[in-house]
Design a protein around this ligand. Structure first.
Ligand code: ZN
Ligand code: ZN
Length: 211
């Protein structure tokens, strides 16, 4: 082991001397195998570690091959990535500039003016957000108008029954009016159980009990 150490020291001394001669004097590992040049940045007498395995393999197969150091390869890759990101960024707003025609107002509007579900319906049916909102307000107004009308008719019928109708008529019109009032307040339609269903169920039950 001692002999090995001596040999190594001797070798290092020799290389150091050589480096000094060339004026490189980077010392240590850099002095070991500085016979690779980078064709890209122009640095010369670089060690193998400055290059990728693939670059060194290329050089081994073809001594005339031009090499690029890891730094240059990496900065080229970074520049490439930057370019790709730039292209992507340029492409993105272009896609967003795409115009779609609203089937209701016939305006050509950007994608952002539509809900995704509307665009999926296609040009024949798609409507812009404004048109969708307007028609929703419209149908809501129509519903309210219908309810108001039904309520006022029920009220008139109830008043007429109270003035001159039978007890049954009075009860029926009052109940109908109350149901509409309740619907207007709660927004829920009154639940009326079907008579047939109830009777059918009870008949089945009774039949089973009799047997
Ligand atoms: Zn380089
Ligand atoms: Zn529209």
């Amino acid at each position: 082991r001692g002999a090995d150490l001596v040999r190594r020291r001797r070798r290092r001394r020799g290389l150091a001397a050589k480096s000094t001669e060339k004026g490189v004097l980077s010392g240590g590992m850099a002095a070991w195998a500085g016979n690779f040049d980078c064709a890209s940045c122009g640095r010369q007498r670089l060690i193998g570690a400055e290059f990728s395995k693939n670059m060194l393999e290329k050089k081994r197969k073809d001594p005339k091959a031009t090499l690029r150091c890891k730094q240059c390869v990496e900065s080229a890759a970074a520049a490439e990535r930057e370019q790709a990101a730039k292209r992507q960024a340029e492409r993105a707003p272009a896609a967003d500039d795409e115009k779609h025609t609203c089937s209701a107002c016939k305006a050509a509007l950007p994608t952002s003016a539509f809900n995704r579900t509307q665009l999926s319906k296609g040009p024949e049916k798609q409507r812009c957000q404004q048109c969708v909102a307007a028609s929703e307000q419209e149908s809501q107004a129509a519903v309210e108008e219908r309810q108001r009308k039904a309520l006022s008719e029920a009220k008139t019928a109830m008043q007429r029954a109270e003035a001159s109708g039978s007890v049954a008529e009075k009860l029926a019109t009052s109940a109908a009016h109350a149901a509409l009032e309740a619907e207007r307040v709660t927004g829920l339609k009154p639940v009326v159980l079907g008579r047939g269903r109830t009777r059918g169920a009870s008949r089945r039950g009774r039949g089973a009990g009799a047997r």
